[in-house]
Design a binder for this molecule. Sequence first.
Ligand code: GLU
Length: 308
Amino acid sequence: MRSSTATGTTTTAEAAAVYRGRFAPSPSGPLHLGSLLTALGSWLDARSRHGQWLVRIEDLDTPRSQPGIAQALLATLARCGLESDEKVLWQSQRHAAYEAALQQLQRAGLLYPCSCTRRDLAHGPYDGRCRQGPQGPGPHSLRLRLPASGGFAFEDALQGTQRGAWAALGDPVLVRRDGLVAYQLAVVVDDAFQGISNVVRGADLLSATGWQLALIDALGLPQPRYAHLPVLLGTDGQKLSKSLSAAALDALEPVAALFQALRLLQQQPPAQLANANIQQVLGWAVDQWNPLALSGVADINEPLTPAD
Ligand code: GLU
């Protein structure tokens, strides 16, 4: 049997053998409709391919990770019937793995200290001015030296072929001036550690994928397939996680929240499903999952028409 999912077409046997998806929220705020949409999209893609689905808490940015938020987030997901198939992975407990990856990059001569602050840098990609040595006193960040020429290309199952020149990306920071490991490094190390075959996440991360591909290559890790979902914006045009108009889902009834997320994922749930229970809603959604309804849909922020 062949099935079509957000990250490609495979036979059921292949999918069962390899599909491992994940949802990797940063605990900087409660679960809102935008993050439920991403969680549900990745869960449906995994389940429709008889795959596993894992949750990873990206709590490296300790100043922004609020205590209790991650637990509340996991509890809201569980109320919506979305639970990790394996023990939740917490990035705050993964420092030894990031350190090992940094040492590997260091040995390969791919890391360099950089003294530039955000204020030093004009808008646009980093120009590599510290590649020959830091231009000023510490504390320094550590950057990855991208290849001198060329670029990346990958096939995104929803957004199509993506290409970019390394020079247009600029060398990414892997360790910040304050010593915190950056998302770009942690996500690559942990996706490989968790054996993730399919990354389904928000399109706000599409432009970061080039950096992640460079790191995957430099560390000799397997490359997952990608599908980037359209991002839900607040009424102020900001991504919901950063928007003041993002209402926490805690107050919303789970079936109503799932129903709304399914509509935003363009899955057209029938009106009577709004009165079903969580397992029925999720069961319907797995059977009907048609990610291609989302491809080419750049904006899911059109006002919704009432369910008929
Ligand atoms: N932690 C990121 C976020 O909450 C997602 C990372 C990823 O899916 O790669 O936006």
